[in-house]
Design a protein around this ligand. Structure first.
Ligand code: GRF
Length: 206
């Protein structure tokens, strides 16, 4: 984290980018004490890229289909993050598993949002899995990223009830609303240096 000034945030996306929009809005209106430095997409035509270009924030495309093997692609992402002097990385619908290279370079400073209450329903299609399992409460989780998928220490969680008439679409929309509120709150804690990691527990300093 920088000694002086606000931490610089790099946001990694692969698609729609609605969490990216929520994070940028919160940094811009002062709810999160950090600067949006760059948005990187591994998918050249990700919808989120068009959205962010309108906001004047730097963007980069690091296409995983063009840069192989996996390590080379990740090194290219890392280079962009370093060039942009990024302090904190937020994964926002980034559909790539991070290698130990990235996790090690940004240990404790990579955040991810997952649309379920981890450790339940990790991986893809978490909302559908929760609905089919029949849980009555699900939600979303912001966690620090470690070497395993959807696994690192949990910063914040929000719950969402499952209604009898829910479909994957209605449930996902209700969870997404909570994601957009939760992710900025978690980023604010990290940017403010207010979290302490004790084993798997993330303690929040008042
Ligand atoms: C969100 O549901 C997030 O929890 C998951 O991927 C989705 C990304 O949506 N990791 P968006 O691109 O932020 O709109």
């Amino acid at each position: 984290m920088p000694e002086i000034g606000r931490p610089r945030v790099g946001i990694l996306i692969s698609g729609r980018g609605s969490n990216m929009v929520a994070l940028i809005a919160a940094m811009r209106d002062g709810r999160v004490p950090a600067e949006p430095a760059i948005v990187i997409s591994n998918v050249p035509d990700a919808a989120g890229l068009a959205t962010v270009r309108e906001s004047g924030i730097e963007t980069a495309i690091v296409d995983h289909t063009a840069i192989k093997p996996r390590e080379a692609h990740e090194r290219a992402v890392l280079d962009v993050l370093k060039r942009q002097r990024v302090d904190i990385v937020c994964l926002a619908g980034y559909m790539r598993r991070l290698s130990p290279l990235m996790v090690e370079a940004f240990r404790g400073r990579v955040l991810n949002i997952h649309p379920a209450l981890l450790p339940s329903f990790p991986g893809l299609d978490a909302q559908e899995a929760a609905l089919h399992y029949g849980v009555k409460v699900t939600g979303c989780t912001v966690h620090l990223v470690d070497e395993q998928v959807d696994h690192g220490p949990i910063i914040l969680q929000a719950t969402v009830p499952v209604e009898d008439d829910d479909t994957v679409l209605t449930l996902s929309a209700r969870i997404l609303e909570q994601e957009h509120a939760l992710y900025p709150k978690a980023l604010a804690l990290v940017a403010d240096g207010r979290i302490e990691i004790v084993g798997r527990r993330v303690l929040v300093r008042i």
